[in-house]
Design a protein around this ligand. Structure first.
Ligand SMILES: Nc1ncnc2c1ncn2[C@@H]1O[C@H](COP(=O)(O)OP(=O)(O)OP(=O)(O)O)[C@@H](O)[C@H]1O
Ligand SMILES: [Mg+2]
Length: 422
């Protein structure tokens, strides 16, 4: 352990830990936060996903072990003890609903407590059994009927109202995930829907004002989150993503899933253009079938032929969700792609032609880390969880300890921030 490095972590105001429990990988990230500086990545842990399917826990013991591995690796690299995490919540049980609430203001000025009360009023919608409100995302506040207020605290008025987007999800799914965290020895500071996490890393305020759709194509699920006028307006999670590309290839070629995964990542591309790809198209690809025989006639063209229908299908399903949001015509900032499958060569131009919108790959903003990490769209969710956690003044941030941690103690106001940036 480099002592200069330990000193670096000990100068931080607080450490926050993000945990991205994905269908493909479980990742943990420890970030140091100091006043006036960009949060800085101090450690990363990474384990193959077990017991998670379509972004939901299906085997508590296996998922707990995978989480434990990622956290231990992260703690080792970050030279800290991890006691709590900000974690993603994924799965197609997540949905959004428009709602509003109104309350009388308790004193002369609006306080954070009034804002919490108006959120509680907006949460009070009838949900199917087993569903719960995971997050309240304010769109605008109204004070005595005056609309368009963004930060009501400190303003005068007698009646506070709020228009919000509620993110709802399965109570049992959230509980099962929390059980895994407890089993892995960490508390849960906060659960953040996966799409919002990726958005926190890769979308600017200008994108969200102008209108933007964040599409995180991971291993088991594709998150679609639509923002307009600065706030989340619609979210849906599709139960199809990169794993399906791998499975299609494995079934079609009679090869093992690990071989299909390797061939997809190494030779896969969203499309081939005969005008510029003539040589690449016929490039032979060595393929070993599950029965042990070698196939001699595989080329990149065949790989793409097997993969492309599924890539198109996913993007067309994304297009349907953008239409369902009712905001497809007003997404001035277009579409931002994140998730590991966004690494697939040429997926952005294919998405552009299918969705009829400008499309760019997500680039992580606002975090001090190496360039490879920041430009990897597969890290967006993890980075966004850390960025979100770094803006919250949670107890957890103060509880994480550097391993030589007696000298380190977190600071910060005790009041939990009520205004989320979504
Ligand atoms: N270069 C690449 N080309 C194509 N696909 C890739 C590439 N690199 C990674 N992937 C795919 O990305 C997927 C994993 O993405 P990611 O790490 O975002 O998933 P996850 O967060 O674990 O899962 P989810 O969010 O769906 O629960 C895998 O299916 C993997 O094969
Ligand atoms: Mg993911």
């Amino acid at each position: 352990m480099a002592s200069a490095w330990v000193l670096r972590s000990q100068t931080m105001d607080k450490l926050v830990v993000a945990l991205d429990v994905g269908s493909h990988r479980v990742r943990a990230l420890v970030v140091g936060v100091s006043h006036g500086e960009q949060p800085e990545v101090l450690g990363l842990g990474n384990a193959p996903s077990k017991g998670i399917s379509r972004s939901m826990v299906v085997d508590i013991e296996a998922a707990t072990r995978a989480i434990e591995r990622a956290i231990n690796q992260c703690a080792e690299m970050g030279q800290c003890r991890i006691s709590s995490v900000t974690c993603n919540l994924g799965g197609s049980h997540l949905a959004t609903h428009d709602s509003e609430g109104a309350v009388p203001v308790s004193g002369d000025e609006i306080t954070p407590i009034d804002v919490e009360r108006v959120y509680d009023a907006a949460r009070a919608i009838v949900l199917p059994p087993g569903q719960t409100v995971v997050k309240v995302v304010p769109r605008q506040f109204l004070i005595d009927g005056q609309a368009g207020i963004l930060v009501p605290v400190g303003m005068s008025g007698v009646r506070l109202a709020a228009n919000v987007t509620l993110v709802t999800g399965s109570q049992a799914t959230a509980r099962n995930l929390k059980k895994c965290l407890t089993g892995a020895g960490v508390e849960c500071d906060q659960l953040l829907p996966s799409g919002l996490a990726a958005a926190a890393a890769c979308l600017s305020d200008a994108d969200k004002d102008l209108g933007v759709c964040l599409v995180d194509i991971g291993g088991g699920t594709t998150d679609v989150a639509v923002f307009k006028e600065g706030a989340l307006r619609y979210m849906a999670v599709l139960p199809v993503a990169g794993e399906h590309l791998t499975k299609d290839l494995a079934v079609a070629a009679h090869i093992s899933a690990p071989d299909a995964e390797r061939i997809k990542c190494e030779f896969g591309t969203a499309y081939l253009d005969p005008d510029i790809d003539a040589a690449r198209m016929e490039e032979p690809i060595p393929v070993r079938r599950v029965d042990g025989t070698q196939s001699a006639d595989w080329s990149r063209r065949l790989v793409v032929d097997y993969m492309q229908p599924r890539v198109r299908e996913i993007l067309e399903m994304v297009g349907e969700q953008i239409s369902a949001s009712g905001l497809g015509e007003v997404l001035g900032a277009g579409v931002v792609l994140t998730g590991g499958t966004a690494r697939l060569e040429r997926i952005a131009p294919l998405a552009k032609s299918i969705l009829g919108l400008p499309v760019r790959l997500g680039q992580i903003q606002g975090l001090a880390a190496d360039a490879k990490f920041l430009s990897d769209p597969g890290m967006a969710g993890l980075a966004g969880l850390a960025l979100h956690a770094s803006t919250q003044d949670s107890e957890g941030g103060r509880r994480q300890r550097s391993r030589q941690g007696e000298g380190w103690s977190g600071i910060g106001a005790s009041l939990k921030k009520l205004f989320k940036q979504f």
